[in-house]
Design a protein around this ligand. Structure first.
Ligand code: C5P
Length: 314
């Protein structure tokens, strides 16, 4: 897993095949502002792209092809219309009027139901790749705007890496990264994933934090990722549902070395330790052997002509 997170993150086009790194994200803080009439929630969150990600390869299919062809190395990942990659290709065709079909190979490392936005990152990367391969009929701004139609946390992958997100999560404002680039993380996820709609549904608004999100953002850059600043209002419903997740978080905080904070990302079930990628000894105990454990880093990202460049500190 360590090797996976340390892979090179600069990919480029070769011939007619476009190979791209599709990163994932963490929510450094996640405040839920209100429940909306349309069933969604307005939120305020600092999203940060990280260097754990998937590899994607894109090719245009011959004009006669009547469907996209998606392949994936990970068992249990659907390769039909329910996959966000295919939804992104359908969206691209609908918006641009293009008829082009694509071959997409997805080599996944980011687990599902993890709060890491792996599938959302794949959708954003796919929109960008389809646009590149078709000679760029749309601007990055249009791609970002369209992406909100297929999911709330896809738009953030068009940001430069650190973004303050509001609305459903689709209103993206690039911010100067408040935490040092390359900050080490340890990601720990139990085999059970959590369903985003279920976690939002189980959220008790009366038990939310009262922290002002803009105050959290400002304080992160002066105080660093302190425990009190990495608030996640979705921890309450996630921990109610999975008490073992709270126990895991507490044990990581108590026994890990060098973390400034330990918190859940998104709607879970990944626990993020920030400030160090130390793997505590207790994770070797038999009850923890099936956990997904990987080091990662905060990165920035730039989607430019024929290249997806993920920057890390020199
Ligand atoms: O937008 P996305 O498809 O990722 O959202 C999945 C579900 O999560 C929504 O149908 C909704 O139930 C919930 N959600 C929410 N508020 C958000 C984002 C998601 O209630 N801001």
């Amino acid at each position: 897993a360590a090797a996976a997170a340390r892979r090179p993150t600069v990919c480029s086009a070769g011939g007619s095949e476009l190979k791209l790194f599709s990163p994932s994200k963490i929510n450094v803080f996640l405040r839920i502002v209100r429940r909306r009439e349309d069933g969604y929630h307005d939120l305020a969150s600092l999203f940060h792209v990280i260097d754990l990600g998937d590899d994607m390869a894109f090719e245009e299919l011959a004009g006669t092809a009547s469907a996209d062809a998606l392949s994936c190395n990970m068992d249990g990942v659907p390769t039909d219309e329910s996959n966000l990659v295919i939804k992104a290709l359908n969206l691209f065709r609908r918006k641009t009027g293009r008829k082009q079909r694509f071959k997409v190979d997805l080599q996944k490392r980011v687990p599902h139901g993890a709060g890491l936005g792996g599938g959302s990152g794949n959708a954003a990367t796919t929109l960008w790749a389809a646009n590149e391969l078709c000679g760029r009929p749309a601007s990055n701004e249009e791609l970002l705007e369209w992406s909100g139609e297929i999911g709330s946390d896809i738009s953030v992958f068009f940001s430069r890496g650190a973004a303050y997100c509001t609305g459903r999560g689709e209103i993206v404002e690039d911010v100067a990264p408040p935490l040092p680039l390359d900050t080490p993380l340890l990601l720990v996820k139990p085999p059970v994933g959590l369903s985003t709609p279920e976690i939002f549904k189980a959220l008790d608004l009366g038990r939310r934090s009262t922290a002002d999100p803009l105050d959290l953002l400002a304080r992160l850059s002066t105080e660093g990722a302190a425990q009190e600043l990495t608030v996640n209002d979705l921890e309450q419903p996630a921990f109610d549902r999975l008490p073992a997740l709270l126990a895991l978080k507490e044990r990581l905080a108590a026994e890990g070395r060098g973390y400034s904070s330990v918190f859940m990302t998104g709607s879970g079930s990944t626990i993020v330790c920030i400030g160090s990628d130390d793997v505590p000894a207790f994770l070797q105990e038999p009850q923890y052997t099936d956990l997904f454990v990987t080091p990662a880093r905060l990165i920035t990202r730039q989607l430019t002509a024929t290249r997806s460049i993920c920057h890390r500190a020199q």
